[in-house]
Design a protein around this ligand. Structure first.
Ligand code: SF4
Length: 305
């Protein structure tokens, strides 16, 4: 690839498959469009061939990668979009899951959500980075949507994919962010109820549009906002995880861990489940009853298939 990145990376029964590179969005804080250039989608037949090889080789969980997978297909000679690619992937024979990241909310279509809901191999997980809940800050970030439009996308996704696990990225302390803007972010987080969040303190990237903007809050103020956001996110994660207790879920056992629960596994929505059992189970599917939880993970017991 132009960036010298491998198109396929594998680890055990999981693989990451690059479907495109570059980005046309120019979010004002982000350096990616400058260092990776404009969007270039790979041909669908090439991606499908590599996915088939992965499944034949024992892969059970494929994550399609791109800076904005939702704009996949633009500029290709054939008429194909990301939802079409997902549907074609779903047609590959074998017992495996399809994940993807990252989705830009402004390009997340009803067609994508309907495809996720109707393709049994598409995981029930959507990582939809919101970055801020304040329209003023979203505009300054050049994100191309309002908080209301974002909420509409999240609601549409949940309507189409029952039990969807939603995760996000949030930047705290973008230049000009006031306490009121931050409160709007907390409100949005509470409304959406993310299963988990990646939270970042804003950090200036030289060469980006936002690098020229003056900081308006002090470091201790920003750190306090960050802590309050993480506390809120953790409380929501713990609540959602507790609600999983008692359920029986299908998981893919994908790794080893230390201690009382030596196996790690993932649900369809990508939640981490710790299990007891031997190393030989890595790479297999299992039905598990969720017996406990904390902020970051679930704990389960394997059931008879
Ligand atoms: Fe593109 Fe994502 Fe960077 Fe925005 S944040 S410019 S969508 S890579």
């Amino acid at each position: 690839m132009a960036e010298g990145l491998p198109r396929v990376r594998t680890r055990g029964v999981k693989a990451w498959l690059s479907i495109m590179n570059g980005c046309n969005n120019f979010c004002s804080y982000c350096i990616v469009p400058y260092v990776r250039g404009r969007e270039r989608s790979r041909r669908p037949e090439e991606i499908l061939r590599e996915a088939e090889e992965l499944v034949r080789g024992g892969c059970r969980d494929i994550t399609l990668l791109g800076q904005n997978v939702n704009s996949y297909g633009r500029g290709l000679p054939e008429t194909v979009d990301f939802a079409d690619l997902l549907r074609a992937m779903n047609g590959i024979p074998g017992d495996f899951r399809i994940r993807f990241m990252t989705s830009h909310p402004k390009d997340a279509t009803d067609k994508l959500f309907e495809t996720m809901g109707s393709c049994e191999k598409c995981a029930g997980h959507l990582h939809l980075p919101v970055q801020s809940g304040s329209d003023r800050i979203l505009r300054a970030m050049n994100r191309g949507y309002t908080a209301r439009q974002y909420l509409d996308r999240a609601e549409a996704a949940r309507r189409c994919v029952p039990g969807l696990v939603l995760t996000t990225d949030i930047i705290v302390g973008f230049p000009g962010e006031t306490e009121e803007d931050f409160q709007a972010t907390l409100d949005l987080v509470e409304r959406v109820e993310y299963d988990s969040m990646f939270t970042f303190l804003y950090s200036r990237r030289p060469g980006t549009a936002a690098a020229a903007l003056p900081e308006t809050a002090s470091r201790p103020e920003l750190q306090d906002r960050f802590r309050r956001l993480v506390d809120r996110a953790n409380a929501i994660s713990a609540r959602l995880h507790r609600a999983q207790e008692g359920k029986v879920l299908r998981v893919l056992i994908d790794g080893l861990a230390e201690g009382e629960y030596p196996l790690t596994s993932r649900t369809d929505g990508g939640r981490l489940v710790h299990l007891r059992g031997g190393e030989e189970l890595v790479g297999s599917w299992a039905r598990v009853r969720i017996t406990g939880s904390n902020t970051f993970a679930l704990f389960g017991e394997r059931q008879e298939e």
